[in-house]
Design a protein around this ligand. Structure first.
Ligand code: NAD
Ligand code: G6P
Ligand code: MN
Length: 439
């Protein structure tokens, strides 16, 4: 069987060790000859990379391993680029969350003004990765899960329309895992779904088991009482549990479908703000927990020279990345949700919008499945949100203050143009190092 070379861009990510462990567990179906890490913060990456070197030496000494900050070395001779960069890292995520909250508006990584600010930082970073790939490994594919995926996907559609980039999100996969538990199935892979929307903004219209039995009634009956919190609530963190529980109220708005949890930010922004602590947001939680834990485990492994010295957890649910890579590599025609241009899959929606819908994936890329016409409620919400995402990308391209102000104003999370302007002015000051200068 052919063996592949991958570069992980954002090698210093908190998710990198879990993904490396997941890749190792999947060697039977996605064999690797080489793993490389690339990051623009060499010191941060080094900690993660040296620990992964120990893991690889113990578990897979045949896989060549290297890491660095030089794009040419990193992107040459690879088959896949797995991209999970966070431009501005956690300190900027913290500001994305806290600045809107100061103005009484939702402060979130990918939704509302925070997501817009993050988008303005990510576009340039992700385009640079696409360009390195095209320059040094023109036949490679980029599997991108860098956020905010909706804005990044729109930017690549506009600015790199022929690039071999696939944008994907793990939220539907995570929610489907909860649904499978609710339905009493061992895995989400025992379900076949129909789903449509935008990234972090969508609805399931059909969920069946592999025999074709409709699972929606049973799942809805559970969601009506408990949201997506399964009977035996797992080890999800408190803030994620709140999000899963709130799905109950999100669902109530359209009982015909089942919602993505991210819709709470658009449908219940007042509730979200009332339940946020403007001094301590999700970025703080992640810095205090995941980031601290992963980096101290890596340091312990490097110091001891063996992997048993630190607890690094395999990221099981990231195996969707291997599903995607094998779909391309071995033409599996796996059915997956991807963020792709609509082009008529939803006939009564903007053909140019980037939508998240089921696709069959093979060697030549994704083949989107037909969704059909959607109801006015979803059409209205998605139309407004797509306009936000397009305006952000136009603002980035044209360096336009006006368009970015319009984008923030149009976000359903923001009450008025004056609040939008006040938030924008604070975000500009905070993002000086990262945004193009606006005029
Ligand atoms: P992190 O800050 O721990 O890691 C990101 C890394 O990217 C850092 O090491 C940073 O130095 C590096 N980086 C930043 N800008 C870069 C650039 N221009 N070029 C190269 N490297 C750069 O963040 P994390 O929490 O591990 O998340 C990583 C990314 O994955 C985020 O964008 C996050 O939103 C995303 N993510 C997406 C999904 C999804 O569903 N699509 C799921 C989980 C995480
Ligand atoms: C889900 C989403 C990602 C997002 C992540 C945030 O997985 O699909 O897009 O980045 O949640 O998780 P965190 O633990 O960093 O708040
Ligand atoms: Mn996501």
């Amino acid at each position: 069987m052919k063996k592949f070379s991958v570069v992980i861009a954002g090698g210093g990510s908190t998710f990198t060790p879990g993904i490396v462990l997941m890749l190792l567990e999947n060697q039977h179906r996605f064999p690797l000859r080489e793993i490389k890490f690339y990051d623009n913060d060499g010191a941060r990456q080094e900690v993660i990379a040296e620990a992964c070197r120990v893991l690889l030496r113990e578990q897979a000494p045949d896989i060549a391993f290297s890491y660095g900050t030089d794009p040419k070395a990193a992107f040459s001779g690879v088959d896949f680029v797995m991209a999970h960069i966070r431009v501005g890292k956690y300190p900027m995520r913290e500001l994305d969350e806290k600045i809107p909250l100061r103005h009484g508006v939702v402060g979130q990584e990918t939704c509302g003004p925070g997501g817009i600010a993050y988008g303005m930082r990510s576009i340039g970073g992700v385009l640079a990765l696409v360009d390195y790939m095209e320059q040094y490994s023109p036949d490679a594919w980029m599997l991108n899960y860098s956020n905010p995926a909706a804005i990044v996907a729109e930017a690549t559609r506009r600015l790199r329309p022929h690039a071999r980039i696939l944008n994907i999100c793990d939220m539907p996969i995570g929610i489907e895992g909860q649904m499978a538990q609710i339905a009493g199935l061992p895995s989400r892979k025992e379900m076949r779904v129909r789903y449509y929307g935008l990234n972090h903004f969508g609805w399931w219209t059909r969920i069946e088991d592999l025999a074709g039995n409709d699972l929606m009634p049973a799942i809805k009956a559970h969601v009506a009482k408990h949201g997506y919190v399964p009977k035996q609530a797992g080890h999800a963190e408190a803030s994620w549990n709140d999000t899963f529980a709130k799905a109950k109220d999100v669902w109530a708005l359209d009982p015909d479908t089942l919602p993505n949890t991210y819709l709470k930010y658009y449908l219940y922004p007042d509730y979200v703000v009332a339940h946020s602590n403007p001094e301590h947001t999700r970025a703080n939680e992640v810095m205090e927990h995941r980031e601290k834990h992963v980096f101290s485990a890596c340091r312990a492994i490097v110091a001891a020279g063996n992997a048993a010295a630190g607890e690094l957890e395999i990221d099981e649910h990231a195996s969707y990345i291997v599903d995607l890579a094998t779909a391309i590599a071995f033409n599996t025609q796996e059915r997956m949700l991807l963020i792709v241009p609509n082009r008529g899959a939803i006939p009564n929606f903007d053909p140019e919008a980037m939508v998240e819908i089921p696709c069959l994936v093979g060697s030549s890329g994704p083949e989107p499945l037909q969704v059909g016409n959607i109801p006015l409620f979803q059409q209205g919400m998605m139309g407004q949100q797509v306009a936000v995402e397009k305006l952000v990308v136009e603002a980035w391209i044209e360096r336009s203050y006006q368009k970015l102000w319009q984008a923030i104003t149009l976000s359903k999370t923001v009450p008025s143009a004056s609040v939008a302007k006040a938030i924008l002015d604070d975000l500009i000051a905070a993002n000086k190092e990262y945004w193009p200068p606006l005029q």
